[in-house]
Design a protein around this ligand. Structure first.
Ligand SMILES: Cc1ncc(COP(=O)(O)O)c(C=O)c1O
Length: 445
């Protein structure tokens, strides 16, 4: 084991001892945990939104848009200043030259994705990357022409999939297999998904699953699912929108074919920030895979020869189409630098403690009013808890509006799900205690 990994594991164990000791389930208990939290100082590295009176809002919405890292402004300002000063010369002479700008994100992304640096690339946005990946990895042939997804897949993924099916002359009714939870359950069971993958094996060209489900917050047990998809002869793809920067991942070892993500949620890179993509090393130099090519996927040595023939780069970079969006990648670099110092292992331990604290508080303060639809086990969820209200007179949307008016930023998704995420980089146990107290008041008759 590398020295850094050993130290980080020791660090994680210390945080675990510190933050999971039984405490009072109230504001005093939260203050006590905050005082002992070794990662607490990271919150000061982010801008926290405030209300009109200047009071800090309780921000539990990192599953939708992460907070701005304070250094992000400097990173963007640097590029604006270099553009002012250098114009086109900035491609080579900027403090961080623009031509290889995306390469700066690779080490941090590889660490979060559990991948080799050559397996990841910052590019485009999630749905665009999903399309590009499906061009290469959804290759329907004969009866092997179906895609398996979960029933409540994020709509954009489903739109993209159905449009790809139609592009191949197929259709959702016959070629999209959607697997849902058992009646009365909210989470999908791994064994049900594996059984269905095995049952449909001869028809499957692609299995696309989320790392963390956007609505329920369920963390999928990816290793057996990826293994089942690959054993079935299908490609295995993962949507990591709600997983990257939230939970530890080991995409390389798990042998996924590809993964896609956005960077505006747990990666804190700002609205519409550049997304990312993982392509397993075993595909790095494959010429037989079709792809939608562009000049940034072409050999770096030959790119400016302006020749007519495409010569793809090895690795995930070979799937790039256009030159990197420097201004939307700059905040990602700022955020990845913070992740590098905090360490995802330590963040995960704090995340588990924060989410467990929120769960216990909700169960104690709102026992009959709120149902938590996120799995109760810590290894089956990330930072997000999804709630349904058992109150006929109060919808999730109304409750969300009451929370907003009282200074708690969460969100709700149609038809009736309230989502809250305590993010270990910038949320405290105090945030969680105050949010649940506000929720209890908001849900009071
Ligand atoms: C699970 C999931 N997939 C896909 C998307 C679409 O992302 P983008 O707009 O970056 O393509 C989102 C956006 O929130 C998402 O949560």
């Amino acid at each position: 084991m590398r020295r850094g990994a050993r130290a980080s594991r020791r660090g994680s164990a210390a945080i675990e001892r510190t933050l999971t000791a039984p405490r009072d389930l109230d504001a005093a208990g939260a203050a006590d945990l905050d005082a002992r939290d070794p990662l607490a100082a990271f919150a000061a590295e982010f801008h926290h939104p405030r209300d009109a009176a200047g009071r800090k809002l309780i921000y539990l919405c990192g599953h939708s848009l992460g907070l701005q890292p304070k250094p992000a402004q400097g990173y963007v300002a640097q590029e604006l200043a270099d553009w002012q000063r250098l114009g086109v010369l900035g491609h080579h002479e900027a403090a961080r030259p623009w031509i290889p700008y995306h390469e700066r994100a690779a080490p941090g992304l590889a660490a979060l994705a559990g991948a080799l640096e050559s397996e990841v690339v910052a590019m485009n946005s999630l749905t665009v990357n999903l399309h590009l990946m499906m061009v290469s990895f959804f290759r329907p042939r004969g009866v092997r022409n179906c895609v398996l997804i979960e029933k409540s897949a994020f709509p954009s993924d489903r739109y993209a999939l159905v449009s790809q099916l139609e592009f191949h002359g197929l259709n959702a009714a016959q070629h999209l297999i959607e697997v849902g939870p058992r009646p009365g359950e909210h989470a999908l069971r791994t064994e049900d998904l594996v059984a269905r993958i095995e049952q449909e094996a001869p028809r499957l060209a692609l299995v696309l699953l989320p790392g963390v489900q956007y609505l329920t917050g369920q963390l999928f047990d990816l290793p057996p699912l990826i293994a089942a998809a690959r054993a079935a002869g299908a490609a295995a793809g993962v949507d990591l929108a709600h997983a990257i920067g939230n939970v530890p991942l080991r995409l390389h070892d798990w042998d996924a074919d590809f993964a896609v993500w956005c960077s505006y949620k747990y990666l804190n890179a700002g609205p519409g920030a550049v997304g990312g993509c993982f392509v397993h090393e075993r595909h790095a130099t494959r010429r037989d895979l079709p792809r939608f090519a562009g000049w940034w996927g072409h050999s770096k040595a030959q790119r400016f020869d302006m020749g007519p023939d495409f010569n793809p780069l090895a690795g995930a970079e070979g799937w790039q189409v256009s030159n990197p969006p420097v201004l939307s990648t700059a905040p990602l670099l700022a955020s990845l630098e913070i992740f590098g110092r905090a360490g995802l292992g330590r963040l995960r331990v704090k995340s588990v403690a924060l989410t467990g604290f929120m769960q216990r508080l909700i169960e104690t303060r709102l026992p009959r009013t709120v149902e938590i639809i996120t799995p109760g086990r810590e290894d089956e969820r990330g930072s997000q808890l999804s709630l349904r209200l058992a109150l006929p007179q109060l919808t999730a949307k109304q409750c969300y509006e009451r929370l907003s008016a009282a200074g708690v930023v969460a969100d709700w998704r149609e038809p009736d799900t309230l989502r809250l995420a305590a993010v270990p980089l910038y949320n405290s146990f105090g945030d969680v205690a105050r949010a649940v107290e506000t929720l209890a008041r908001a849900a009071a008759p």
